[in-house]
Unconditional design. Structure first.
Length: 231
């Protein structure tokens, strides 16, 4: 007896087709999708199926639907914050699974942070330096949540200083991901003092446009993090 292939529901098939048109660039940001009646005729599905497909695309932030005479469904403009939020959720789910561990995340951080530090030293402007300095914390008075939030903002600021928006897009969710109390609750006593010192040293290197020193500080920083989280 041969097994039968389960076909996805019609709304899923239509959503996949429209998503392919969007991600391939055949449908550009701001471009209006065909009206619902036209999609019904073109695809041979019911209006309720079309609406379900559009709802799915809207939930994935691929389209925006407006009402009124000039309303309709339009391809959404890329939103870095929404994309980062989605990636952050994925990172958190993976780090809480058996498939991805902290060592994997640190390996990714190493691949991103070290070159980002060098690029930031090359390309930064005064506004970038101001953002990095504004993200410093005081380990003597700040609580854990405040330091972790500042830590995330600091590395996002370094990524932004590279001038490459893709660094910022990937780095932001990486630091928004939750690592669990088993990690944050077992750090060495002086851990956050060292992190603060490293951040301040990196700012000095970036301000001096010293690429070699910036990449060295970033590498040594990650060496310390890796050693401190070997439980």
């Amino acid at each position: 007896m041969t097994g039968s292939t389960v076909r996805p529901p019609a709304y899923q098939v239509l959503a996949d087709e429209l998503r392919a048109d969007i991600t391939s660039g055949r449908l550009q940001p701001g471009e209006r999708l065909p009206p619902e009646p036209e999609l019904c005729v073109k695809t041979g599905v019911s209006r309720s199926t079309v609406r379900e497909a559009l709802r799915l695309l809207a939930s994935q932030h691929l389209i925006v639907t407006t009402r009124g005479v000039t309303g309709g469904s339009f391809v959404a403009h890329p939103d870095a914050e929404q994309l980062a939020d989605g990636l952050a959720t994925g990172f958190t789910l993976l780090t809480n699974s058996a498939d991805v561990g902290l060592a994997d995340m640190l390996e990714l951080r190493r691949a991103l942070e070290i070159p980002a530090a060098g690029l930031a030293a090359q390309r930064r402007d005064e506004e970038h330096l101001a953002e990095m300095r504004a993200a410093l914390f005081n380990p003597a008075v700040d609580d854990l949540d405040s330091m972790m939030a500042a830590h995330s903002v600091f590395h996002s600021a370094v990524a932004k200083a590279t001038g490459n928006p893709l660094f910022e897009l990937v780095v932001r969710p990486l630091y928004q991901a939750s690592y669990g109390e088993d990690v944050t609750g077992n750090l060495p006593p002086a851990y956050w003092e060292r992190i603060d010192a490293d951040h301040r040293q990196l700012i000095e290197c970036v301000a001096a446009r010293d690429v070699a020193a910036a990449t060295r500080v970033a590498a040594e920083h990650l060496d310390y993090v890796a050693e401190s989280t070997k439980f």
